[in-house]
Design a protein around this ligand. Structure first.
Ligand SMILES: [Zn+2]
Ligand SMILES: [Zn+2]
Length: 449
């Protein structure tokens, strides 16, 4: 209503598609036809899935009612419109001056504005939905695009109310210090870089605009488009019944389509579980803890003299934290995860080169130093993995006698593990994925449809 009171909503009679057979005006999504932009045969009235162009149902060539397949007719109806073009300049300025939006997101959005923004209908002739509050709007309802993105602030208001601090939402939405990040698919870019910012600006209140819009490309499933009706994909509850959530989390971030389309494959899943999780991470942790258990009474040994190699390993921890922190600040999760696992690989290389199993026989203090350093790497890995595989983080921390409170990236060297700390008997972190197990997962996934 603030947007209405500020004068950005006006009434106009418009032509709309009406299906005589169904006896109703057709919402955008209930019309299919040929995309006027790319020629895709099954474009929907609101957007073409093939080229991403946002459409009006009247733009479609050869329109059809999605319910009955009849050709709809054009009829007039009164609607309330949001004056989106009024915000073109301000949006362009924001988009071009933002230092945190990616090139892809910026260019896509600017080209949308360059093509000319159009007023958008806020109301529709639909029986269900939020009743339109505008005077004279009768039994019209609010269009989904108008209320869906405003659902973000609404959800925060609801959260604050439930928390018993009803004003708390303002800290997030009206404070210039807030950095908001949106994780979306690329077809949702204009709704987050044009529509949402325009609606927020139209309130005349100092709402913060998106800081990061992390728009991924598409993910396919074994080379095919995900489809509920065709049974392409895995149900979430099925997935976590077959493999622990952390394994899915790890693989899905590993193949996150950040810069180009990617593909989920069972073979890829198996390769990543066996190489990254088992070999690089699991083995490193197991070797270090077993060695401390067998040779140092299950206590983190002391580092008496650090060689250049030891110092380099410790420096790598610090460097990894800085890099991962920066990457996550830019919502580059995939690269961040790759940087974390690289530290586990470096840990393995370090362990192999320092050969503590040889040192322990002749120079036990030097072996102690190596294990002290390796234990620092181990705790660092636990902390670095927390945003990606939280259950694994807890399992690692448990083995080195650390609780929930250890999970922080703040303070001076949060990965530091003091000498003398007791460790538990190591248990393997992950199981290798075998061909048989993979077969069972495949079968389970397809039987769930
Ligand atoms: Zn198209
Ligand atoms: Zn129809």
């Amino acid at each position: 209503m603030k947007i209405y009171e500020n004068g950005y909503i006006y009434e106009q009679d418009v032509n709309q598609l009406y299906c005589k057979n169904c006896g109703r005006f057709l919402p955008d999504r209930f019309v299919t036809g040929v995309c006027p932009s790319c020629g895709y045969q099954r474009a929907r009235g609101d957007q073409c899935e093939a080229c991403g162009k946002v459409l009006d149902p009247l733009d479609l060539l050869e329109p059809r009612c999605s319910i009955c397949g009849e050709k709809p007719v054009v009829e007039s109806s009164r609607h309330w419109f949001f004056d989106l073009p009024q915000f073109s300049d301000r949006l362009r300025t924001w988009l071009t001056t933002s230092t945190t939006l990616s090139e892809k997101v910026r260019n896509f959005s600017l080209s949308w504005i360059r093509e000319g923004l159009k007023p958008r209908a806020v109301t529709r002739d639909n029986l269900w939905g939020i009743p339109a509050p505008f005077p004279g709007a009768g039994n019209k309802t609010i269009y989904v695009w108008f209320e869906a993105v405003l659902g973000y602030p609404s959800a925060t208001v609801e959260w604050a109310e439930k928390k018993g601090e009803p004003e708390l939402w303002r800290e997030f939405w009206l404070s210039p210090d807030t950095k908001s990040a949106y994780f979306i698919g690329k077809d949702n870019i204009p709704f987050h870089t044009v529509i949402l910012p325009a609606l927020l600006l139209a309130t005349h209140e100092p709402y913060i605009l998106p800081y990061i819009v992390s728009a991924t490309e598409y993910l396919t499933f074994e080379g095919k488009k995900f489809s509920k009706s065709l049974g392409v994909g895995i149900w979430l509850d099925q997935a976590i019944a077959m493999l622990e959530a952390d394994v899915w989390r790890y693989y899905l971030v590993k193949i996150r389509p950040e810069t180009g389309d990617t593909n989920f494959s069972y073979d890829g899943l198996m390769a990543v579980v066996n190489s990254d999780l088992n070999n690089d991470l699991g083995n490193f942790i197991h070797r270090v803890l077993t060695f401390i258990n067998n040779n140092f009474d299950a206590k983190i040994p002391e580092a008496t003299h650090l060689t250049e190699e030891d110092k380099a390993m410790l420096a790598a921890i610090e460097k990894t934290f800085t890099e991962v922190d920066n990457l996550l600040s830019e919502a580059r999760e995939k690269q961040a995860l790759e940087t974390v696992i690289q530290l586990a690989r470096e840990g393995n290389v370090y362990f192999n080169r320092r050969e503590p199993w040889r040192l322990v026989k002749t120079r036990k203090d030097e072996a102690a130093t190596v294990l002290h350093v390796a234990a620092q790497v181990l705790k660092a890995l636990a902390l670095l993995l927390a945003p990606f595989t939280p259950a694994t983080t807890h399992r690692i921390l448990e083995m080195i006698g650390q609780g929930e409170e250890a999970v922080t990236w703040l303070g001076e060297k949060p990965w530091h593990l003091p000498a003398g700390a007791s460790i538990a008997k190591p248990i393997p972190l992950f199981e290798k994925l075998t061909e048989d197990k993979l077969k069972a997962i495949r079968a389970g996934a397809s039987s769930a449809y």
